[in-house]
Design a binder for this molecule. Structure first.
Ligand code: COA
Length: 161
């Protein structure tokens, strides 16, 4: 695990040039961490959904709010939301368990609240389910996120802000 000083962390809007490094960080995290709970086929489809092109689309989409967690120039996390839904939420493999996920989630919840969202929802990965439970999210039901005809099992969760 790589230890990072919380004082040097910034949570900011990503620039288009960050798309490649964000995509790489997500794909590595899926391969190293989520592969414990998902099949290789699911990880492949999920990785395709997080290609550089797809991340760039999210960064440029003005109907969403995307944020990046940075330690100086290093990308430690990425989150994206649209309306009342968090659609992407990742902390880089090797940096888990240091409170960065908590900080990113708090930031995104506060932003949603400022925009008038009363209840936030998300499709949790099987891996992140206990994290969201700890943060006050309630399970609604099991769902599938479908990408390229591959079903990725998730848990629909929500939290009143
Ligand atoms: C889920 C994730 C975002 C958590 O980020 P993190 O920086 O490790 O989280 P934090 O360090 O802020 O942890 C906060 C608390 O949740 C717990 N927690 C975090 N991930 C957990 C997990 N996978 N299982 C059980 N508990 C977990 C921590 O132990 C900590 O508990 P504590 O408050 O009692 O000390 C990160 O593990 C991740 O990116 N996972 C892979 C990608 C993923 O599945 N993303 C979600 C897509 S919906």
């Amino acid at each position: 695990m790589h230890k990072v000083n919380h004082n040097s962390i910034l949570i900011i809007k990503p620039k288009p040039k960050d798309a490649a490094v964000i995509s790489r960080m997500i794909r590595q995290t899926l391969r190293k961490v989520n592969s414990r709970d998902n099949t290789p086929k699911e990880i492949r489809a999920w990785s395709e959904a997080n290609s550089k092109k797809e991340i760039l689309k999210k960064i440029l989409d003005e109907s969403r709010d995307s944020v990046v967690v940075k330690d100086r120039s290093k990308v430690l996390g990425f989150g994206s939301m649209k309306g009342d839904e968090i659609t992407s939420f990742y902390i880089a493999d090797g940096f888990h368990g240091q409170g960065f996920g908590s900080r990113l989630l708090f930031f995104m919840e506060r932003l949603s609240k400022q925009k008038g969202v009363k209840r936030i929802r998300l499709n949790s990965s099987l891996t992140a389910y206990k994290f969201y439970r700890k943060k006050g999210y309630r399970r609604i039901r099991r769902v599938s996120y479908v990408f390229n005809r591959t079903k990725i099992p998730c848990v629909l969760m929500s939290k009143k802000l």
